[in-house]
Unconditional design. Structure first.
Length: 701
């Protein structure tokens, strides 16, 4: 039996001879093969991951993954997902300090301040303080932000008016309160890497956009930058990027509602109304500054009507660097000309494309594929449609467009596959994936397998297999432990401490996690320290003081129930082994495929071709000789019908092992399909060419 590869979902079963169903089944050399297994390597309690990147440096693989509350960091080896994490990255508040030497203010209870320009040619600083800019005059305590109402220049002074009235004494420092990182359920992260002017490991650029629920979101957020390596305290710190250097800095935050990418050595940001901007780079690469956005090579344009949602570098030849930028209504090509005064050209490749989400683009072998709102595209120097008459209706008729920004694309280069994950039906998270094999130019899907319940992922050429994040909250709780009032002979618990009766230091050990309820909405805290007090005056059983790394919110009182908790939202290393291997257990992965019609009446002289014979006869199958690269048992079911719209009648399943030579059976149907299933630990298959012994059966239906 030899059928064309791929799974055809659109149309009818009897229209063409392709396979008609499959779950966790790919096609290699046009034949069905079980997809690889996956192993849980990390988990986090910080929420569903909404963007991931990783980069290797000096033998360590650094994984960064954004959530609704921040950025998690994990470390692994370069080959296997064995490492540590998560570590929570720190975001430095988005203040840009205006040069203190230029401020001359000593008035209290004021609504304005004056900046005196000491340059030989006085400089206006009105561009640094446009209407609506937030400023602060002290970073102590909780900063109070004041709003600029007007700014005017009268040689040599710039007068800045603000509201409300400041009554804190003399103003000696001015900071622009650009943005501060705020947790938000709509965060959707974009990442890229940039050269570090100080040498060593790369910098990571991170943009926590408020774009998860709306691709057209117009609320800006700041771009952050930090080393991929931790500091001396083993912490990752990211600082808000701002235009604070060069000959004419604006001291404004680099904030957009689209995202960030790097066309080395330039940083590009983008957003609404076709906005694209880049920083300035000196002629000497080693002297690059990341905070100069107004120099000669910097540029800022509005080049399309739609919002720019994604960008990535392309080969530019003589005009390098070069990049592609996807707007909601167009594809834009950017080229560096090296010619003053503009240095950059912007070319709309197509103004009639669409893009499903800001995560729906992937590059494979120099071609750029993406999912539009109703079809698939590829850029190979021009925009063309990727033909798909196999499952395009199956996809777009059932995709939950209200959750379109959760659609994301990735690739598995080993199998020449591009995966487009999407939420199907009423699902609010991804539950299926459409797969395009670029080598064989065939389409199939994952059949809503458990392994596609993923929210984001990443594939590099250094780490050999993909890392994909799970949106399922998978945890285990210990028995409950009752919080007690503190003994009078010991200090009262502070906001990050609780007491328990007895010695619970083995349960609530440093690094473990504690929670005060059994719901995904309950906050989870990491334990910094646990100390047992056994003094007889405290009680016969003693007490344990547990201290969290952060304050409990709300604070926990006596009689609250506490649990040690393990798990969270998993990260899986895919294409490893054959099973699902979690921290708790190893389970089989269900995989199956179903052939198209192979009956006589369907027009086959043999099940391998489509020559009509004119006999309206049933097919009598006497024997099937399995031809598989196989581990574990497989089951074969004969799926039969009397007519195209008749109810299905199954024969089987017939279970066979790798050593089974033949399956003898006496099965007769007018219309026939074969269904093969693997569903045991260690199970695997790769079909060869099945031999079917069949003969003309009864003329009756």
């Amino acid at each position: 039996m030899a059928l064309p590869g791929g799974i055809k979902r659109d149309g009818t079963i009897f229209e063409t001879p392709e396979y008609t169903d499959g779950v966790w089944c790919r096609f290699q050399r046009q034949v069905p093969k079980k997809m690889g297994g996956y192993q849980e390597i990390f988990s986090t309690f910080d929420g569903v991951l909404r963007g991931m990147t990783m980069n290797g440096y000096n033998g360590v693989n650094y994984v960064f993954a954004g959530t609704s509350i921040g950025l998690d960091v994990f470390t692994t080896g370069q080959s296997f997902g064995i490492g540590s994490g998560p570590y929570r990255a720190t975001f430095v508040p988005g203040y840009s300090q205006f040069p203190v030497a230029n401020t001359t203010i000593s008035t209290s209870n004021t609504t304005s301040f004056t900046i005196n320009s000491s340059n030989a040619t006085p400089i206006s600083y009105t561009a640094a303080f446009p209407t609506g800019t937030k400023v602060i005059f002290s970073q102590s305590g909780t900063p109070v932000a004041y709003t600029v109402t007007t700014s005017t220049f009268s040689t040599p002074n710039t007068v800045v008016n603000f509201t409300p009235t400041y009554g804190g004494g003399s103003i000696t420092n001015v900071w622009l309160y650009n943005y501060s990182f705020q947790p938000n359920s709509n965060l959707l992260w974009q990442f890229d890497y940039q050269y570090n002017p100080t040498g060593g490991a790369l910098n990571l650029l991170a943009h926590p956009g408020l774009n998860l629920s709306n691709i057209d979101n117009a609320i800006k957020s700041q771009v952050y930058i930090g080393s991929i390596l931790p500091n001396s305290s083993e912490q990752w710190t990211f600082t808000g990027l701002a235009d604070t250097s060069g000959t004419s800095p604006t001291y404004q935050a680099i904030a957009v509602d689209g995202g960030v990418c790097v066309l080395h050595p330039f940083i590009f940001v983008y957003g609404s109304n076709g906005f694209i901007a880049n920083n300035n780079v000196s002629s000497v690469y080693a002297n690059q500054t990341l905070t100069d956005w107004n120099g000669p090579l910097a540029n800022q344009v509005n080049v399309a009507t739609g919002k720019v949602v994604f960008g990535m570098p392309i080969r530019g030849g003589a005009y390098s660097p070069a990049g592609l930028f996807w707007a909601t209504d167009s594809l834009i090509r950017v080229l560096f000309t090296g010619t003053a005064p503009n240095y950059w050209t912007y070319d709309i490749v197509s103004s009639q494309i669409s893009i499903m989400s800001s995560q729906a683009v992937v590059e494979m072998d120099g071609l750029y594929y993406w999912m539009g709102v109703d079809r698939f595209y590829v850029y190979d120097g021009r925009v063309t449609v990727v033909p798909n008459d196999k499952n395009v209706n199956w996809l777009f008729n059932n995709l939950n467009y209200q959750q379109r920004q959760k659609v994301w694309a990735t690739k598995i280069p080993r199998y020449n596959e591009i995966w487009f994950f999407y939420p199907r039906g009423d699902a609010t998270e991804c539950t299926d994936a459409i797969i395009y094999n670029v080598k064989d130019k065939i389409w199939y899907d994952a059949g809503q397998a458990v392994g596609v319940q993923r929210s984001c992922g990443y594939t590099t050429e250094v780490f050999p297999t993909p890392l994909w994040a799970d949106w399922n909250y998978d945890v285990t709780y210990s028995k409950d432990y009752v919080v007690i009032s503190h003994p009078s002979v010991l200090p009262a618990a502070n906001s990050s401490q609780v007491y328990f009766s007895g010695d619970l230091t083995p349960t609530f050990s440093p690094g473990a996690y504690i929670t005060f309820g059994q719901s995904s909405s309950n906050a989870v805290y990491q334990i910094a320290n646990s100390q047992f007090y056994s003094n007889a005056a405290i009680g016969a059983n003693g007490v344990t003081l547990v201290t969290s790394t952060t304050a409990f919110s709300p604070s926990e009182s006596a009689n609250a129930l506490a649990y040690q908790i393990q798990g969270g939202y998993p990260i899986w290393q895919h294409e490893t082994g054959l099973d699902q291997v979690s921290f708790k257990e190893q389970t089989a992965i269900y995989s199956s495929y179903t052939t198209g019609d192979i009956s006589w009446v369907g027009g086959s002289t043999t099940p391998a071709n489509t020559q009509a014979v004119g006999n309206n006869r049933r097919m009598h199958i006497r024997r099937i000789e399995p031809d598989f690269v196989q581990s574990g048992n497989l089951s074969l079911t004969i799926v039969g019908r009397k007519f195209a719209n008749s109810q299905v009648e199954d024969s089987g399943p017939f279970v066979f092992s790798p050593s089974t030579e033949k399956i003898d059976l006496r099965v007769e149907y007018r219309e026939v399909q074969l269904n093969v299933v693997s569903n045991e630990i260690g199970g695997n298959y790769e079909q060869g060419r099945l031999l079917i012994t069949q003969e003309l059966g009864d003329e009756r239906p």
